[in-house]
Design a protein around this ligand. Sequence first.
Ligand SMILES: NC(=O)c1ccc[n+]([C@@H]2O[C@H](COP(=O)([O-])OP(=O)(O)OC[C@H]3O[C@@H](n4cnc5c(N)ncnc54)[C@H](O)[C@@H]3O)[C@@H](O)[C@H]2O)c1
Length: 288
Amino acid sequence: MIDLKEKVAVVTGGCSGIGRGAVQILHRAGARVACLDVQDEKGHALADALGGGALYVHADVTAEHEVAAAFGRVVERFGGIDVVFNNAGAAEPLDSDPFDLAIFARAQKLLVESVVLGIKYAVPSMIARGGGSIVNTASIAGLHAGYGPFAYSVAKGAVIHLSRVAAAALAKHGIRVNAICPGLIPTAIFGRALGDSIADADRRARDIGERAHGFQPIRVAGSPDDIGYAVAYFASDLSRFVTGQFLAVDGGLTVGPREAWDDAAAVANWTRIGLSEEQIATMLGTQG
Ligand SMILES: NC(=O)c1ccc[n+]([C@@H]2O[C@H](COP(=O)([O-])OP(=O)(O)OC[C@H]3O[C@@H](n4cnc5c(N)ncnc54)[C@H](O)[C@@H]3O)[C@@H](O)[C@H]2O)c1
């Protein structure tokens, strides 16, 4: 396991799904971890379960004064900040009108402005400590069309570029900025975008987890821990020469179209132009 004993980390959206997995892994690696979220009951229970070195602070990441106060509280409690995982997020309802500007603006505020705020309030403390690592949750929906709703996908594309531009601006302070693009990770985000209550969304996440093994080339379902390990790498000095990059943690989902790795999809695709199954297998090297 990566050693983060000397680090203080802030994780936004740390009460559920990917953020929760990251909180647990960073804490297990020895970091002191502050979880910022709006689900107070879950947050306090998580901090209590982790014990020493864990803190929950209420902060709506779309409210600058709450973010400012929460980062202040973390510095007061742990003495500074070395790592921020800007992760809180949600998708717009899946039946939204793509060109509804109010929905678009809300997505920008929740998914892009919140990252700017996380950087803004972490940087002074990182400069005082001689450097730091900022990790932002983007998505494969920010790399390709077809993996998320409209406003969400545009916002995630912005997070990838924001991470590059911030990396360029902050390198002189020893601060690195990178993005992670998760693939399908069974969490409450799907149920929430479908209008479920939080409890129902958690149940739906478990159900998706049972079905997700065939969703990508690697035939297991992804999990929040898979993202948490990538966060731990970026948080640690093992990645000291890596900045302005994104890492897709997606089980290979973005290696190519489905027909590149799924035989049934390949047959469906290539028979459209008259190839036989045998010719397709020969072309793709999957014969025998
Ligand atoms: N699950 C996936 O397949 C997937 C894929 C790519 C990217 N992501 C991204 O991962 C991040 C985490 O999502 P998740 O899948 O773990 O979903 P989740 O719903 O399980 O967790 C999201 C967390 O963010 C918190 N949150 C939402 N709005 C907030 C706000 N205004 N202020 C503070 N906290 C807020 C929620 O309370 C929740 O704890 C999101 O940015 C999401 O876009 C998820």
